[in-house]
Write a protein that binds this ligand. Structure first.
Ligand code: BGC
Length: 765
């Protein structure tokens, strides 16, 4: 007979249980050999395995592993199948290195491009981030390796990340900052979720009961365990009570003692501890079902996948026709990043790559007989060196085309600190300006993890390729794109603003006195630029191809639909150019009228489609209840409303090709929210409220005078202006002006009316 987890927990001593909920080393959980409980070995990170040979080390050269593009690059592929494939490869490497669980992916929102860790996050849009993360997780976990979805929640900056208090209203939290987590949890059930260091509305992520227990475990039905970010726990007992199952790293004898003591003195219910132990053990034994070690992984095959993934995510931002290169005879390669590629970010996700493509060497392999020169353009310390610029200029002048490889230094962008501006370094800007002044055929190739501004130099460049922190095979991927071996198909998962002061969080970042106020609310990324009707440098969803695509015949599955049945949108896409390519079709929803303010449009579906020249395919994208719903704090739930919704089908957030409209019928019968201070407008717009006050309104119309307008031939009237004046007054205050015609005190009348409304609601239920 096999022992169940519950039986196992019952056999454990209090000391064993208390020890199990804290790690045994930096990267392992506590084993209990007496009961045959093994330990779980965890390892960073999202885009490659950072397995330290010694589990007691926190920083050490990790075992060689494939460094895939970081999340920014993967996300810009908009390719869920590719993320699944990368996930499978990560799992294979984890298994080879005896890793049970990978600490990633991260789905925090790119609230501001300044966040130093944006390179590890997917997008400024929760729908896109959630879908990509779910696919990556399914790819990893499908092979029996766990994941840790992080950092839950609102870890959107590095500034004071251990302590900052992110103050966010409930609706914004739900719609923007929790939504990607929700999708990933519901569609992929990551084995673990990692809490954030920061506070959310005054409470540390590690002790946030509402987030860890009420929302994550209860509402979303999460079965895995919650692990702390490394060092995020402040009060172990309070964290357990809030729903934090595993504290990492360990061992921490004082924590274990505190848990034992709390159970003994009755301040901690042992059932809470048992629950945490059970959640951890379920995954410890699940991990044991997949034997680890033994086999090596195929490093060459994974390098090839990393090259394909890097190319799929690179975004051709601008191209006046110079790309793909048409067999130039003389190529000037300029920029240190061509020789010393910057392909990953600093911090916990740093991978020791199995091999690294040299971008210059990869370019030469494809350049045929062309004469290729090289000039670094700027020194290793990124300082300003006029002689290096002069050298670059003379090489550029002598060539048919100049390829400028520029990387944002890791001293500017990394885990641990935020950026202070969105610019390339002054030396790099000067280099671009000098080179483009003498060579109109200049291509700028960029390595950075998040948006940068380009106003100082963009006009001079013939083409710009955003290559991101592209992983170890990125050098080859750049060459593939420049020479047209791969047709670029990446699209931005984040807006590129014209300038820093245009960005949504500009007035509320990074916070002060320990608090950062999310004053922009729902309006981050394109939601903000839409609302402000502001031009941007490159829009969310933008990305060029060497071919062109036409959209036609947009169709909806229905013109009127019930919210819970959803709607299917289809559109035909034709490759109208000369080269095979891939297009990312984006579907946004715009609600025409709603009770609460909503972003103008929100991404609710997308599909990447591959097309030969002249080929047409019909893309079909389903939209479910949530595509149309918003979170209404007054009801504490996702709501839909009757009315027309526009479905916007586009090639980017600012390149909408078709708009089709359907009528939504809400299946919700929401309870009334009327209360003693509700306004006349509230009573009018609530169906039952209107029924209840109609007779009273009639009476006031018939009997009231004075304040409610002069008499006319139809008797005392409530004129339009007066009505508008009164709409925003509480009903009780209006009644106070009419006491003479009332038989009851205004407060009592309103109480009676409220009773009627709530009784009518209950009777209908
Ligand atoms: C990071 C996590 C990481 C952990 C372990 C923390 O500092 O925030 O993302 O997984 O360290 O390295």
């Amino acid at each position: 007979m096999t022992t169940t987890i519950e039986q196992l927990v019952a056999q454990m001593t209090l000391a064993e249980k208390a020890a199990l909920v804290t790690g045994d080393s930096n990267w392992t959980t506590t084993a209990v050999s007496r009961l045959g409980i093994p330990s779980l070995l965890v390892s960073d990170g999202p885009h490659g395995i950072r397995r330290l040979p010694d589990v007691h080390a926190i920083v050490q050269k990790s075992l060689p592993a494939t460094c895939f593009p970081t999340a920014s690059g993967l996300a810009a592929s908009w390719d869920v199948d590719l993320l699944y494939e990368v996930g499978e490869a990560l799992a294979t490497e984890a298994i080879a290195q005896e890793v049970d669980l990978i600490l990633g992916p991260g789905v925090n929102m790119k609230r501001t491009p300044l966040c130093g860790r944006n390179f590890e996050y997917f997008a400024e849009d929760p729908y896109l981030a959630g879908k990509l993360a779910a696919s990556l997780i399914n790819g990893i976990q499908g092979r029996g390796v766990g994941t840790s979805l992080k950092h839950f929640a609102a870890n959107n900056q590095e500034f004071e990340r251990f302590s900052i208090d992110a103050q966010i209203d409930e609706r914004t939290l739900r719609e923007i900052y929790l939504s990607a987590f929700e999708t990933a949890v519901k569609q992929a059930q990551p084995w673990s979720v990692m809490c954030a260091y920061n506070k959310i509305n005054g409470v540390h992520g590690s002790q946030h009961r509402q987030l860890l227990t009420d929302i994550l475990k209860t509402e979303w039905g999460y079965h895995g365990f919650v692990v702390s970010d490394w060092g995020a726990v402040h009060d172990r007992v309070a964290a357990l009570e809030a729903g934090l199952d595993l504290e990492m790293p360990g061992p921490k004898p004082r924590r274990t003692e505190a848990v034992i003591e709390a159970v003994k003195n009755g301040t901690l219910d042992v059932a809470v501890l048992d629950e945490a132990v059970g959640r951890i053990l379920r995954l410890v034994f699940k991990a044991a079902e997949t034997p680890k070690g033994g086999q090596q992984f195929d490093a060459d095959a994974h390098h090839a996948l990393a090259r394909r993934a890097a190319a799929a995510g690179m975004v051709l931002l601008k191209n006046d026709g110079v790309l793909p290169l048409q067999a130039p005879q003389r190529i000037a390669v300029i920029g240190r990043a061509a020789q010393v590629p910057h392909f990953q970010g600093g911090g916990s996700s740093h991978v020791n790559p199995t091999q690294v493509d040299n971008p210059l060497a990869e370019l030469q392999k494809l350049a045929g007989d062309a004469a290729v020169t090289y000039a670094p353009g700027y020194p290793a310390d990124d300082s300003f060196e006029p002689s290096l610029i002069d050298e670059a200029v003379s090489q550029a002048k002598a060539a048919d085309v100049a390829l400028l490889y520029l990387a944002l230094p890791s001293s500017i962008e990394s885990e641990g600190y935020d950026r202070t501006n969105l610019d390339l370094t002054p030396a790099q800007v000067a280099l671009i300006q000098a080179v483009t002044a003498v060579q109109p055929q200049t291509v700028v190739i960029l390595n950075n993890g998040s948006a940068i501004t380009m106003s100082d130099w963009l006009d001079g460049a013939a083409a710009v390729l955003e290559a991101w922190l592209m992983g170890q095979a990125g050098g080859g991927a750049i060459a593939d794109i420049l020479f047209g071996r791969t047709n670029p198909s990446g699209k931005l998962a984040e807006t590129y603003p014209l300038k820093l002061s245009d960005t949504p969080a500009h007035l509320n970042f990074p916070g002060e006195n320990g608090v950062v106020r999310y004053g922009e609310g729902l309006f981050i990324g394109y939601r903000y630029y839409d609302a402000r009707e502001m031009p941007v440098l490159f829009a969310f969803g933008h990305g060029l191809s060497y071919t062109s695509f036409a959209y036609s015949n947009p169709q909806l599955s229905a013109t009127t639909f019930l919210d819970k049945d959803g709607l299917t949108v289809s559109v035909a896409v034709t490759n109208t150019g000369q080269m095979a390519g891939q297009e990312v079709v984006q579907v946004y929803v715009h609600d025409q009228v709603s009770r609460l303010v909503r972003p103008y449009k929100e991404l609710k579906g997308f599909a990447k489609v591959a097309l030969q020249p002249g080929e047409t395919k019909t893309v079909t994208i389903p939209l479910d209840f949530r595509a149309f719903a918003y979170f209404d704090p007054a009801h504490g739930q996702w709501v839909t409303e009757d009315g027309d919704v526009d479905i916007l089908i586009g090639a980017s957030a600012t390149d909408i090709r078709h708009t089709v409209t359907a009528t939504l019928e809400s299946s919700l019968d929401l309870p009334p929210t009327l209360h003693a201070e509700s306004t006349l407008n509230d009573w009018f717009t609530d169906r039952r409220g209107w029924q209840a006050i109609e007779p009273l309104m009639q009476k006031l119309r018939d009997e009231a005078s004075g304040l409610f307008g002069g008499d006319d031939e139809d008797g005392p009237a409530i004129g339009m202006e007066m009505l508008r004046f009164m709409l925003d007054m509480p009903l009780v205050s209006i009644l106070h002006f009419q006491e003479s015609v009332l038989t009851q005190a205004p407060e009592e009348m309103v109480e009676d009316l409220l009773r009627q409304v709530y009784a009518a609601h209950e009777a209908e239920d």
